[in-house]
Design a protein around this ligand. Structure first.
Ligand code: CTP
Length: 406
């Protein structure tokens, strides 16, 4: 039996980036041999085992052929005769189809090393089309490494899109890839790569629709809303690793894709449709609850951060209460980061001062300092305390905001 390192770990090592998991392919072996050597079986569909000591994954070399619709329909063939090259040939991209021997030699039948140098994502064989999740993966790798999709692979993916292949993707896989893409340094590349191959309109139509909608001149230079949202998610990625903020940044303006043009110039007015589209997107992809709740709040309230110096104190307090941030202070921090990403997601605003964020934080700190204690001491009860706290909070917020109102 021979074991080779394969896939992502070989790629990442050659790129000089940290290796996450080390995966192995074994040739010349059988299930029985593996069990006899104390490997424990883990694969439900494929013969995959965990090493008795390192617990790394060892898969028997296999070939796969599509035999049905979606990704359930694969016929897997694993036997001691399957060669390493055959196993590498079933893989998605040339940069993921390399192996390393125990003496450190790279086995690279599809020129993955050259593609790594050229920063190109290229399919290994026409069998690429058999797994639609690869379309999402390739866009995610583009965002992770800032690579381009090779021309012939773009052609192939366009054929997959036109052939309706992406309709077989299940929600979990789409969300899995989207959430990983949002954790890359430049998530915009995930979306622009999908758009380049015509897949954005199928997978994320609400994002696709933003392209071609002009932004409001009052706040924005004359840019496209799609480009603005792309800049916002990259700014969010720059400001925080928190996927909650990054996902909310993606959704904050979704309504602008369907809001009538006569409403758009007022800047506000798209929030109701942004909330509605965010809700539907989250249901469709089964986005985790916490991320959904926060994205809905950002869709509802993000304009209020930018308008802070025009807001009545009541509204500023309403935003804080709406975010439930007196009970959950981290929510307010996340909200301000999403607001900052939105502000900075425009050409020329990347580094300028954004006093609204600092002042809103100050309002929040002062409002949080108002607590029930003093009102209880004054002999108040129940509803009376609630009303008194509300009034006191409005007063402290108003004191601050009045220094900034024009
Ligand atoms: N693979 C594939 N097609 C897929 C999924 C995986 O061909 N749809 C192959 C690729 O060779 C890939 C390997 O299986 O390198 C391991 O897959 P996975 O662990 O999902 O991805 P990695 O490439 O290791 O990337 P990541 O670092 O994101 O885990």
């Amino acid at each position: 039996m021979n074991a080779y390192l394969v896939g992502g770990c070989v790629r990442d090592k050659l790129l000089g980036v940290p290796v996450k998991d080390r995966d192995w392919v074994v040739t010349g072996s059988t299930v029985e041999d593996m069990l006899a050597n104390d490997f424990s079986p883990v694969g439900k569909d494929f013969p995959v085992f965990l090493h008795p000591k390192t617990h790394e994954e060892y898969a028997l070399a296999r070939t796969e052929r599509k035999s049905g619709v979606g990704y359930v329909g694969f016929t897997v063939h694993a036997s001691p005769e399957v060669t390493l090259e055959e196993d590498l040939a079933r893989r998605d991209l040339t940069i993921n189809a390399m192996a390393e021997t125990d003496s450190g030699d790279i086995i690279d039948p599809f020129n993955g090393q050259q593609d790594l140098k050229d920063r190109l994502l290229r399919h290994v064989s026409p069998a690429f089309i058999e797994d639609p999740v690869r379309v999402l993966r390739i866009a995610r790798f583009a965002a992770r490494f800032n690579f381009q999709i090779a021309d012939e692979t773009q052609v192939l993916i366009k054929q997959m899109v036109d052939g309706g292949e992406l309709e077989h993707l299940v929600a979990e896989r789409v969300w899995q890839e989207l959430s990983k893409a949002l954790q890359t340094p430049q998530p915009s590349i995930f979306f622009t790569s999908l758009r380049q191959v015509g897949a954005l309109r199928v997978l994320f139509p609400e994002v696709d629709r933003l392209f071609g909608v002009p932004q409001v001149p009052k706040w924005h230079p004359e840019i496209d809303t799609g480009i603005h949202v792309m800049m916002v998610i990259d700014q969010a990625a720059n400001l925080t690793e928190d996927i909650t903020v990054r996902f909310a940044s993606l959704c904050h303006d979704l309504g602008k894709g369907i809001t009538p043009k006569h409403i758009l110039p007022k800047h506000t007015g798209h929030e109701a449709s942004s909330i509605d589209l965010t809700q539907r997107l989250c249901e469709r992809l089964r986005v985790p609850k916490e991320l959904t709740t926060f994205a809905l709040k950002v869709a509802e309230f993000h304009t209020d951060v930018h308008l802070l110096f025009e807001l009545p104190a009541e509204r500023a307090l309403q935003v804080m209460e709406g975010l439930d941030c007196f009970r959950r202070p981290e929510r307010f921090e996340q909200f301000l980061l999403a607001g900052e990403a939105d502000f900075r997601g425009r050409p020329g605003y990347e580094t300028v001062e954004y006093p609204e964020k600092r002042v809103f934080a100050e309002c929040y700190t002062k409002a949080s300092e108002v607590n029930a204690h003093q009102f209880v001491e004054a002999g108040m009860k129940g509803e009376e305390i609630k009303t008194a706290m509300h009034t006191a909070r409005i007063e402290v917020i108003d004191d601050i905001l009045s220094q900034y109102r024009k």
